[in-house]
Design a protein around this ligand. Sequence first.
Ligand code: SAT
Ligand code: MN
Length: 593
Amino acid sequence: MTAEKHLNASPNPLVKAWVEEMSSLCEPASVYWCDGSEEESVRLTELAVRTGALEPLNQAKLPGCYFHRSHEDDVARTEHLTFICTPQKEDVGPTNNWMEPSEAYAKLREIFKGSMAGRTLYVVPFVMGPAGSPFSKVGVQVTDSVYVVLNMRIMTRMGNIAWQTLGESNDFTRCLHGLADLDVNRRYICHFPQDNTIWSVGSGYGGNALLGKKCLALRIASYLGKHEGWLAEHMLILGLEDPAGNVTYVAAAFPSACGKTNLAMLIPPESQSRYRVWTVGDDIAWMRVGEDGRLWAVNPEAGFFGVAPGTSYKSNPNAMRTIQKNSIYTNVAKKPDGTVWWEGMDEEPPAEALDWRGKTWTPASPSKAAHPNARFTAPAAQCPSISREWQNPRGVPISAIVFGSRRSRLAPLVYESKNWQHGTFIGSSMASETTAAAQGPTGVTRRDPMAMLPFCGYHVGDYFQNWLTVGKRLQHAPKIFHVNWFRRDQNGDFLWPGFGENIRVLRWIVERTKGAAGAVDSTIGYLPAPGAIDLSGLNLPSSAAAQLLAVDREGWLQEVAEIEEFYGKIGDRLPAALRQELNDLKDRLKSHE
Ligand code: SAT
Ligand code: MN
């Protein structure tokens, strides 16, 4: 593994020059160019085991599976340490942290300087998007974390395919990542959209470190999408197959840890078994206007980085089956037999285990065995419900877009927007309760437009405008919906059973896109007509059904006031059309006294 041996791995002189520059900054002992081969994966996994970055799990029960424990204060994305670096502060808008690019480069250069002494710098070439797709983008990540390399190998198309895709072009995202001393006070995740560059230091975790994911496929890609006329969204993509065998594609945005993976892999209950859900993606959608005037989507990723706690054979059997082999488990609990456990796995808690910190845990322990944001990394191809179309370079045509939030009150189970502009308004003004996917308090309601609050790489007002502009180019625009599985009753219990039963709501959504299924007009949009959602066999009390679809006028007027406050922060880059939608909503609510 000498620098010499691998320096010719990329035929692209621009890549070579950039890697040399990064290497002279970080001063690693050696440079290793990844080729993405199976043989390489075996070798790097062995190395990771030798150095302690990975522990092998029980290879008879979980073949090819490994376990990783991250640093105790490096277990989730750190939004307050994430920056968009543009020359003008105004360009990042009110929802992003800003740093001036030369200041950011200087600050991070200080931390990177010599930080890889005695270590290996891995060059990880990768493609986001299916091979040969016009959607796809190339990135090159250099990193000193072998755990990151092995995760990138699952999450992206990694290796020589990237050099073939890139050719002699300069069109690649330059991703520099280093663990440095994992000091939270020297942790920065900086994006330089104008330079197509990402520098991340001081974290080895998920969205902070796997730079193809949130950093490239959302923050940088959303900026590219603005300039190139497409959408990069925090959305799952699924196909719903009806009993006649027709598949309708739906893209759905939910904030992190709100059930995107579960919805994307849904298995209908027995009573709905004539329907089937096919998984195209569980986290990110890149969407373009096709020549046919429809919206086409690809999943830029090749794997799932899913939340483990709560995942069980009951809540998500497809995910459980996906992660039985060739997967990396991060911050879960480890059982004495070398298998894994987490809260909500729906299996007897082990009498004794090692918790995510590596300490002995028993069911009597006051703390959780797995970190609430513990994760699995698994190849998408292993998913039993993976769609036949998931690697189609053309993508899949989207008939419905769904915005989903986690709200104990107010937002009904489902409603439909009147048109693209109204749907954009609904997405732009959505709010959700925070989860363990990001550091900070959980359960706090915050505006999270299109579930992109932490991921929009430029001014949120311009982002809304891009939605409206893309919509104008769509001759056959998808219908836009809002869902909320998380509404609670006065006792704090969930009103809706969720999980597999969500198929009933998906069916209504898909039927609406075909002009079927009944709806009634309301002040906030179209609600399902009584009986339009199939509730047979659910045993849902009729009061729950009514509560799920209730529009609480007082609550919505309060909501309007909060949206006004949020819109106020956006300032004059807020599209006038959205302000108009807000005023119209307010008028409708007021006139219904
Ligand atoms: O840590 S990640 O950003 O990759 C996962 C998530 O928060 O959605
Ligand atoms: Mn996500």
